[in-house]
Design a protein around this ligand. Sequence first.
Ligand code: G
Ligand code: G
Ligand code: NA
Ligand code: MN
Length: 248
Amino acid sequence: AELESLLKNAISSGAIEAVFQPLVSASTGTVTGLEALARWRTATGNVSPEIFIPLAERCGLIDALGVHMLRTSIEHAKNWPDLALSVNVSPVQLCNPGFAAEVISVLQELDFDPKRLTLEITEGVLMTNPEQARRSIDQLKRVGIKFALDDFGCGYASIGALRQFGFDRMKIDRSLVSALDEGASGADVLRATISLATALQIPVTAEGIENSRQAAILRDAGCDQLQGYLIGRPMSARDISGKLREDA
Ligand code: G
Ligand code: G
Ligand code: NA
Ligand code: MN
């Protein structure tokens, strides 16, 4: 209960910040987008999103946290006009009937092109509340927002769901990527997954790339976008601006 009121305070006071992790073109290595990730820094240390996101979901704070993350990351992204922005959305938010209208009004208020925005969602919501998920996704796709199916391969998401819900991109979970270091079958599973997505004309991002051998396998297997510590860690907005200047 105490953590809950601290979280509520952190959201309203702006103590929850966005960091940004680069998404690069697999063929050229150019940064084409950034994924916003939430960070909560307190006087006594950082609280992991693995703790405070589920907490926010349980205690009814995820809508406020989600809108805060959308706003702050868009405000920063206005400094990087050539890049796409990806924001994570909790299944709980997507099931809220007011979600789509709220996202659209934030974009209008901040004058941000919806075509630059990708919302990353995990598969859970597609099973628990498919009707509401579809309504939200359809409404947001109509204004030009894109959707990525996050953490693909670590749960039950089917290739069918990719097509059914109109996903624009698939993100391969980092557990599948790290399996490349553990034996030959890892690469076969990845190649099969990527070729199914490619057959549906859905581009694939691989996340969690930590070494150049993984990057080479994924590039050869047809991923068009790469992400991970090898390419860039999540960084403050200031560090991202510095990196972009270096790359230019
Ligand atoms: O940033 P990190 O890799 O520590 O994130 C841990 C988990 O928290 C990941 O599953 C990530 O998707 C999730 N997460 C991070 N930031 C956000 C956010 O702004 N919104 C939601 N819903 N999840 C987030
Ligand atoms: O669930 P989602 O894919 O949004 O989670 C992103 C999380 O993965 C973030 O917490 C981020 O810090 C972490 N992450 C990003 N790249 C790497 C990586 O190369 N290796 C590991 N271990 N974690 C990563
Ligand atoms: Na994500
Ligand atoms: Mn992911």
